[in-house]
Ligand binder design. Structure first.
Ligand code: SF4
Length: 313
């Protein structure tokens, strides 16, 4: 398979009044073309920052990120514009992702206009994009405003806008978390269907392992800006290796009345990222921590089909 992304020791750090917060801390991974990768973790684990680094919406403060062999740090002017068309973001909240004063036609025409698509071609491309996300009779939406659509319909419009320039790579940042539970499956099915039809490389950001499992063949588990575990999603679900992944798996609700699940057996909330623990950043919540964990940060090592950052592996 063709290599799409190579991320080498990427850092994203912000300097506060008295400290530095490393939202992404030395992260290394590769993504093949057409691969779907879930970035999984609690809030503040760095998954959204990682997605923004891949889209070059934020600059890495260290390390390097390459897309199809080209360093993102060197992209400027027309090359950056071309990259922006190839790499798109699907936002978490569809109502914040669009201008409420724009009709759906204007919302979808904007990226076409910015990309220099002639006006005569735009209406046809808009209709095609709305059909792609399975909005029936797309013409009926063109003159409506966002508030006249349901959350599920508007998230499909947001998806259509991300896809209208035929990107190679899409980051979906918790795209159904703001939607009613009853419409989530429909939106996720559209996302999976479009991804497969267009052979998109996709990053799906979520705190919900069940959603990541539904969408992604591979999962990267993040905690305090570091990768804890990386591997095939089904292997991770059936036999999690890292103690943090084990806790996330144990917390997934079981759809059976006779079986119970642990809420999050390690307690909620990661420590303050401005002041992470020494050694292994997970150690103050880890039920298996031992002396070495306080003094030495575990490297991310290969373990069969996976990579795991824990001294036990
Ligand atoms: Fe737990 Fe130690 Fe492994 Fe960290 S390195 S996950 S503290 S056992």
């Amino acid at each position: 398979a063709q290599l799409h992304y190579r991320v080498g020791s990427a850092f994203s750090a912000m300097r506060g009044h008295s400290s530095v917060v490393r939202a992404v801390d030395g992260v290394t991974f590769e993504i093949q073309k057409g691969e779907s990768v879930g970035l999984l973790g609690e809030s503040g684990c760095g998954k959204t920052s990682m997605g923004r680094l891949l889209l070059k919406l934020e600059e890495a403060t260290g390390g390097e990120i390459h897309f199809a062999g080209v360093a993102l740090s060197g992209l400027k002017g027309p090359a950056l514009k071309r990259y922006r068309a190839k790499a798109q973001l699907i936002f978490q909240n569809p109502f914040e992702a669009v201008n409420p004063r724009f009709t759906i036609r204007a919302t979808l025409a904007e990226p076409l206009e910015n990309a220099g698509i002639p006006a005569a071609e735009r209406e046809g491309r808009i209709i095609e994009a709305l059909e792609l996300v399975r909005l029936p009779q797309p013409q009926q939406y063109l003159d409506r405003y966002p508030h006249q659509l349901s959350g599920g319909q508007l998230q499909r419009v947001v998806m259509a806008r991300a896809l209208i320039l035929q990107p190679d790579f899409v980051v979906a940042d918790e795209p159904v978390s703001m939607l009613d539970v009853s419409v989530r499956a429909g939106v996720l099915n559209v996302f999976r269907d479009v991804r497969d039809r267009l052979n998109l490389t996709a990053i799906y950001i979520s705190h919900d392992l069940a959603l990541v499992r539904y969408v992604c063949e591979r999962t990267i588990v993040m905690y305090l800006g570091r990768i804890m575990e990386d591997g095939p999603t089904e292997d991770i679900v059936h036999e999690p290796l890292h103690p943090y992944t084990k806790a996330l798996v144990a917390a997934v609700p079981v759809p059976h009345p006779d079986q119970s699940h642990d809420p999050l057996p390690i307690g909620r909330g990661a420590p303050d990222p401005r002041n992470p623990p020494s050694g292994c950043v997970f150690r103050d919540r880890c039920p298996l921590a031992f002396n070495r964990c306080a003094t030495e940060a575990p490297a991310l090592r290969s373990a069969g089909s996976r990579r795991v950052a824990c001294h036990l592996f």
